[in-house]
Design a protein around this ligand. Structure first.
Ligand SMILES: [Fe+2]
Ligand SMILES: [Fe+2]
Length: 182
């Protein structure tokens, strides 16, 4: 069950916050598809249990964020975020559990920063405390996801996996830029 956060007056969000929320919606959509991608490919029982429980959390995050936006405020590029998320989950699954855990660690590290910056701005400006609490709730669960991935992985990363994790960081940053714009 999601905790309930009284929905903010949608039309009243300042433009920058609408852009942030659009990128959050895009990101949570991508997250759902990452775990679907993992579940489509991985036959490792431990990975599948991990992905299934994370998927359920990401679906709740997506529902919470969706509730804060009108349909017209969602990203134009949702099909792209779904595909990118799916591939981000499916591809490392071909290489085994350690690649999956490293991927989730990289993704959730990015998401932690992403939410932390938004929470800090909302706190600085002293606005939309309910929305801030919603983001704090999501962020706390992303940190759990990151730590679970870090613990489950071996910590060993060959050059290809290091490159992949850096690509996730820069790709996520580019995706946020595009989703904030539209
Ligand atoms: Fe999430
Ligand atoms: Fe997450």
């Amino acid at each position: 069950m999601n905790p309930s956060f009284p929905s903010t007056q949608k039309a009243e969000l300042p433009v920058w916050l609408q852009q942030d929320m659009r990128s959050n919606h895009a990101g949570e959509t991508g997250a759902v598809f990452i775990y679907r991608g993992i579940l489509a490919v991985s036959r490792d029982e431990q990975v599948r249990r991990f992905a299934q429980s994370h998927l359920e959390t990401e679906e709740k995050h997506l529902a919470l964020i969706t509730n804060e936006l009108n349909a017209s405020q969602l990203s134009l590029f949702l099909p792209l975020w779904k595909l990118a998320g799916y591939l981000t989950g499916a591809m490392p699954s071909l290489f085994g559990s350690n690649a999956v855990y490293a991927t989730v660690d990289a993704v959730e590290t990015f998401v932690d920063d992403h939410y932390r910056e938004q929470i800090a701005r909302l706190r600085r400006e002293g606005i939309f405390p309910e929305l801030r609490k919603l983001l704090e709730h999501c962020r706390a669960e992303e940190i759990v996801h990151r730590d679970e991935a870090r613990q489950a992985g071996s910590g060993r990363r060959n050059l290809l996996l290091q490159f992949w994790c850096r690509l996730i960081g820069s790709g996520s940053k580019a995706a946020v830029g595009l989703a904030r714009w539209r």
